[in-house]
Design a protein around this ligand. Structure first.
Ligand code: NAD
Ligand code: UDP
Length: 316
């Protein structure tokens, strides 16, 4: 298959490219590098089955040659307002890539009669009132809040994807990704795993926003990529949650990172840094992925963190 990967120079996108190429597919990456990096795909440069186009997918996308599959992953993804790579500092780009970028990517899929997969997010559930979150929960999102540029863009993206499926008969998939981490995350992306690992390797205290009692569920990237492939090959058009159901507090995550790195600098609590709309609890209900895709994560937190720490150590 010849596969277009938007956002393929990003963290998850570059792992998706590796897997596609390993399985004998041809890959075309379109990425404007707003949050991604050529370093993530440098090892693929020069291959005859791989090409890279630097382009903002919020503008019309032209791909010469055939396209069998479109994987639409392009979007800023970090909520941290202190990071230049977080969507709070890229609000218009984030809205545009979720709306116009998704429209353009769907247009490519329709023009080539290709299968289309949207990388959506657990953020469509907002600060959830239902726990754990299953796909039939509509969410609790403030349409004008600080996270809305991302949340509402992704909700629109899901909606237009379903419209292309229902109205144009396009063969679509939607995955709702929960916190995913692993090698190649930007060191300065501002999300909790890169922040904690960088701080720990620099022997600094880990910055806990608030009291650290908010929860997340962390999925290692190889598990996520496996779920994405299973979803692509299955026949279901409704959204599927992909994430690790093991829920923990941010404080427990920090303690694990300090333990695995041998960092003795402890924790520092920053109550003012906690964003007002920061979800208090988040855990995927993955029954649908288990039943429809026979998928569940295989890599436990310690194993995933160890691999990520090694990658960060080599880049710091
Ligand atoms: P990332 O920032 O590493 O990757 C996103 C990529 O998209 C980057 O390479 C960036 O340059 C590119 N991009 C952004 N806007 C673009 C545009 N207008 N045109 C072309 N390229 C553009 O982030 P990631 O964590 O790898 O996220 C990948 C996808 O998965 C995103 O759609 C994100 O919303 C989704 N997601 C990720 C997580 C997670 O925990 N990592 C959770 C939920 C959803
Ligand atoms: N967080 C933290 N310290 C940091 C970065 C993040 O305590 O240095 C918290 C953040 O407030 C949130 C959780 O960790 O409650 C996860 O944040 P992240 O930015 O990774 O993404 P989110 O899950 O909120 O989309």
């Amino acid at each position: 298959m010849r596969v277009l990967v938007t956002g393929g120079a990003g963290f998850i996108g570059s792992h998706v490219c590796d897997r596609l190429l390993k399985e004998g597919n041809q890959v075309v990456v379109v990425d404007n590098l707003v949050t991604g990096s050529l370093e993530n795909i440098a090892h693929l440069a020069g291959r005859s089955d791989f090409s890279f186009i630097k382009h903002d997918v919020s503008n019309f996308i032209f791909i010469p040659g055939k396209v069998d599959v479109v994987l639409h992953l392009a979007s800023p993804a970090s909520p941290n307002p202190a990071s230049p790579y977080g969507y709070p500092q890229l609000p218009i780009q984030t809205l545009k890539v979720g709306a116009l970028g998704t429209h353009n990517a769907l247009g490519v899929a329709r023009a080539h009669n290709a299968r289309f997969l949207l990388a959506s997010t657990s953020e469509v559930y907002g600060d959830p009132e239902v726990h754990p979150q299953s796909e039939d929960y509509y969410g609790h999102v403030d349409p004008v809040g600080p996270r809305s540029v991302y949340d509402e863009a992704k909700r629109f993206a899901e909606s237009i994807t379903m419209a292309y499926h229902r109205y144009h008969g396009l063969d679509t998939r939607i995955i709702r990704i929960f916190n995913t981490y692993g090698p190649r995350m930007r060191l300065d992306d501002g999300r909790v795993v890169p922040n904690f690992i960088c701080q720990a390797l620099n022997r600094e205290p880990l910055t806990i926003y608030g009291e650290g009692l908010q929860t997340r569920s962390f999925c290692y990237v190889d598990d996520l990529v496996d779920g994405l492939f299973r979803c692509l090959m299955a026949d279901d058009h409704l959204p599927v949650n992909l994430g690790n159901p093991v829920e923990m507090t941010v404080r427990q995550l920090a303690e694990a990172v300090n333990r695995l790195t041998g960092n003795g600098a402890g924790l520092t609590f920053l109550p003012d840094q906690r964003a007002p709309a920061d979800p208090q609890r988040r855990q995927p209900d993955i029954r649908r992925a288990r039943e429809w895709l026979q998928w569940e994560p295989q890599i436990d937190l310690d194993t995933g963190l160890r691999r990520t720490i090694e990658d960060f150590r080599a880049r710091l």
